[in-house]
Design a protein around this ligand. Sequence first.
Ligand code: SF4
Length: 454
Amino acid sequence: MRYYLDPFGCVKNQVDAETMMAVLGRAGWEQADDSSAADLIIVNSCGFIESAKQESINAVLAYRRVYPQKKILLAGCLAQRYAPELAESLTEADGFFGNADLSLTAKAARAVMEGESRPVLAGDAAAEIALPADVPAPGDRPLLSLPGSAYVKISEGCNNRCTFCAIPGIRGPLRSRPVPGILAECRRLLDRGVKELCLIGQDLGSFGAGPAGDVNGGGLPGLLEALSALEGRFWVRLLYIHPDNFPLPVLDICRRDGRFLPYFDIPFQHGSASILRAMNRRGTAESYLDLIAAIRSALPDAAIRSTFLLGFPGETEEDFRALLDFQARARLDWAGAFAYSREEGTPAYSMKGRVPRRLAEERKRMVEEQQTAITQERMNRFIGRTEDVLVEERINGEEGLYLGRLPCQAPEADGAAVISADDPLEPGTFVRGAVFARAGLDLEVKAFSRQQGG
Ligand code: SF4
């Protein structure tokens, strides 16, 4: 039988999709490249915020319109969060499969195909994340990521309880994977030719903590020390470190071993002390600026990405000005902005002082506008430099032109490197080159020829 998987949402969901594909493959299912050729359509949904939830539901409705007879399984965070309710209301789907225990993917698919009346399989979100033996090793899973890059999920769930966030309710409390399992996955991925390992979790800074305490000992720095024993030329990129839990010892590891990129995704969310408090965050604009200064003093080349949330309940014009001021002083390399989404089951849901959507969107636009200018100025520092570039693809119809990324550019989030090369380049490989210009948020790179040591 053939399945078609439509992945939605964040990179953590992408790793889940890859794991589901591995489990289905092991159970004899074939992957269809196109939904029309599939017996089963799996929508791997996102359940984080209203717009993402609606996008996932719309996908099910669209598939049902196009394929009145085909079987449709709603999987992922939306199913994990609302399976009982959706089983009542979303009659267009034939089954619901949460993401608490992905080893059950083939069981859920079979139940739908055998016409079991709308099976609902949403396991216990607090369950341990150790996959049973009969599931393919994580390092062997199919990859949906860009050429040469792979996401490695080192933990699941979160204990931080930010008041606007529904994720702990979907993904459960923090559970950290044992280091030996992560090491084996990374080694296997490198053996398969992967060049960039993007470590992900809800908060890498809390790695190690869990119901059983710090099972690994050493937290994130301990894991990086273990990874530094791996041989070869590769990058390790750290995505999503809560600013209140940033483990400073990682800076020294990055300084000692250049394979650990001076790149940090740290969602600061706001710059107003009262709003940060209401978000259940311990830091302040000043403590976050100190963190940024500490990172840049240890790693002058460091690139920092962040996220800002606009329109949180109670946000005044003064609070917003504090955020803009923080953003202007932080001079982050990259930052995304989101309008607050009121999510039931979160503490902020019942908070007073709701901000009109139109105003939240306007504030989001102003943050994005200020960030574009900051990012362009920050990227200018790379002009004239020689850098390693991870090649991703040849630009269609353009001889000798490729897209890729520098260490300061994360996949699927930041700008790209536009590479001009005299020699043909292989996607998923490194090339050395000189940055000669910036174009918008992208950097233009001239690849060194093989003779030049490219
Ligand atoms: S750190 Fe906060 S925002 Fe991130 S997943 Fe945890 S609770 Fe949600």
